[in-house]
Ligand binder design. Structure first.
Ligand SMILES: NC(=O)c1ccc[n+]([C@@H]2O[C@H](COP(=O)([O-])OP(=O)(O)OC[C@H]3O[C@@H](n4cnc5c(N)ncnc54)[C@H](OP(=O)(O)O)[C@@H]3O)[C@@H](O)[C@H]2O)c1
Length: 324
């Protein structure tokens, strides 16, 4: 089978398309005929050896995808050959076949295209866990999303609207903000050109926002926190800007706010039942037309490197998907 291969940690240009042996089903696992793989920012870190967990090399990158189950390992009773599924795993998705732990595989709605399903699980499940379970976002509250046209950002804009919030999208270019607006954002802030804290105050009549969703970090984090309202919740999602912010704790005291860590991967392993409930709620929202997962950009396997380059260069808008 053809697969993208990371032979050793290094620059994206070193990734190669190779012929790799086809996987065979092992106990507790299934083999999936991958139709599309979804890329996420951690994939870019992983191939460079910069991710918090380092896989053994060589490895096939890609933490999620969608396809059809072709083989079932011993002890798997939740799936059948022929099922249309989405899956999440620690690498292995950017290939024509993937061996995946059955517990991380979910059946997708019949009308959900593989390209949409490939980039669905990780971003929507993270955002749902963050908004519903960690922030307990309520209808009518104001939600600020940083990096609002990125993978998790765009999913959060949609979910925030589906949950009845007023959504303020913040991003670095007019093109990115237009996409966030299309996904339902009520207000927009270009934080490359405007002062983030002042604009938040302007848009909220001086009250500040109730919930902040931050997958970016860097200098924006403190500016955003200075715009949070009384008893607000600040969701720490990731650090795509590179720098891990150091927050003056007096701000947290003065605003009576909470800084809330969100680590979906650990949650999905520690509380698999709750995570499956979340995914089933998300598939419900999809069937009701309240969220619209899609591949904003798709590249064929032969051009997979371009997807990694887009993410690394801050060019990506929404989800990038690699089709097999
Ligand atoms: N905690 C969890 O459970 C969890 C789950 C999934 C992902 N994450 C994390 O969330 C973050 C975003 O992931 P993603 O897949 O959504 O990434 P993405 O699609 O690349 O989005 C990240 C956004 O960050 C902004 N950004 C600012 N500086 C950047 C830089 N130097 N390079 C790249 N982007 C930069 C960009 O928006 P602007 O240009 O508009 O600023 C970009 O759209 C990552 O740190 C990832 O590890 C965490």
């Amino acid at each position: 089978m053809r697969a993208l291969m990371c032979e050793k940690f290094g620059p994206i240009e070193d990734l190669k398309i190779t012929d790799a042996p086809e996987p065979k089903a092992t106990p507790g696992h299934v083999v999936i005929d991958v139709k599309a793989a979804g890329l996420n920012f951690p994939d870019v870190l992983c191939v460079q050896g910069l991710y918090q967990i380092k896989p053994e090399t060589p490895f096939v990158p890609g933490q999620e995808g969608a396809g059809v189950v072709t083989e079932i390992g011993d002890g798997v009773d939740n799936l059948n050959v022929g099922d249309r599924v989405a899956f999440v795993g620690f690498n292995g998705a950017v290939a024509e076949k993937a061996l995946v732990q059955a517990a991380t595989v979910t059946r997708i709605p019949d009308n959900m295209p593989f390209e949409a399903a490939a980039g669905f699980t990780l971003v929507y499940a993270t955002s749902y866990y963050a908004l519903a379970r960690r922030a307990k976002l309520k209808p009518g509250e104001t939600l600020l999303v940083l990096g609002a046209a990125g993978g998790v950002g765009l999913a959060t804009v949609e979910l925030g609207k589906a949950m009845g919030a007023r959504v303020i999208a913040a991003a670095s270019t007019a093109e990115k903000l237009a996409v966030a607006r299309e996904a339902g954002a009520d207000e927009i802030i270009n934080y490359a050109e405007e002062d983030l804290k002042s604009r938040i105050k302007e848009l909220t009549g001086g009250n500040g926002v109730d919930v902040i969703y931050d997958p970016v970090g860097g200098d924006y984090a403190e500016q955003a926190l200075r715009g949070i309202g009384w008893e607000g919740r600040y969701l720490v999602i990731g650090f795509a800007a590179g720098d891990i912010p150091k927050i003056p704790l007096n701000l947290v005291l003065l605003k009576g706010c909470q800084i809330v860590g969100v680590f979906w991967g650990a949650y999905s392993m520690r509380s698999p039942g709750d995570n499956l409930e979340d995914l089933s709620a998300l598939y419900g929202l999809y069937n009701e037309g309240k969220i619209n997962p899609r591949a904003n950009v798709s590249y064929p396997l032969a051009d997979a490197k371009r997807g990694f380059e887009d993410l690394a260069a801050r060019r990506a808008i929404g989800k990038i998907v690699i089709t097999m």
